[in-house]
Design a binder for this molecule. Sequence first.
Ligand code: FAD
Length: 278
Amino acid sequence: MTTLSYEIFPPKSQVGKDNLIRTIAELKKLDPKFISVTCSNKETNFIQKTIGVTDYVQNQCDISAMVHLPAWYLNKKDVDQILYDLCKRHINQVLVLRGDTRKNLKKKGDFEHASDLISYIRQNYPDFHITGACYPEKHPESLNMVEEIQHLKFKVNSGCDQIITQFFLDNHYYYHFRELCAIAKINIPIIAGIMPVTNTRQITRILKTSTVKIPEKFKKIWTKYHDNPSVLNEIGITYAIDQIVDLVTNDVDKIHLYTMNRFKTAHKIKSNIGSLLK
Ligand code: FAD
């Protein structure tokens, strides 16, 4: 049976905090494989906020939790402290990322690529379960898919136990990527990332910042209903459900849902196709 995991982010306000507590309680009802907690370096104390939420998920709610760690913004000393702290809190799953450039935040310089932090953790903290990120439509900085897979292979060999994909709106990119990984002998689980796109803000961000391609079918729907938020919300969820059904049919057994802190979307997906999923 295919399992579902979910991604959430630390809240910025009290309202966001209340919503997050409700979200985690609601996600627990969906029996998640794990919940991962993003780490946004746009904020101060970003790592403490992320660890605080991850601790709540793992220890107060008894849900398997994964913490995101952005390599650029941590040095070895930070990592040693963080991993010591995580051990004390019985959290042993990390999603190791490079991070992105931000104004007013300097790289700390110990880790240039995600693979540098992955091998540091693998060598010094072998009990951690390490996940890396991957990009079926290539990372924006990679020249092409050949380079993408070469770097991914190196990253996986540095010590990943599994990888999670950037979300995609056309499943064919995932299937093609899975084939390329098989050819490159990348034999660890490739968790498929699905983001239900339910509002125009998301579409604008996708177009601006990522290499994710928007399929014609999707464009048509959005052009027609762009000024009707409730229809867009329903359509976005239905589109994600359609993608998941196709993935399950094609033997994908692990899906990560970027529903973020929107538990109603997660519930709608699970209530529609729960019998297909664990
Ligand atoms: P890398 O694996 O380091 O790759 C980045 C680029 O460098 C690629 O183009 C790659 O081909 C190239 N590269 C890799 N190794 C080498 C090498 N040895 N030599 C030359 N080039 C190389 N960001 C956050 O800040 N916080 C989060 O919580 C967060 N969560 C995420 C979750 C997922 C599932 C994904 C897919 C992304 C997430 N991101 C997050 C975004 C991520 O930080 C960015 O996409 C970042 O630009 C790249 O991260 P990476 O770990 O893939 O980097």
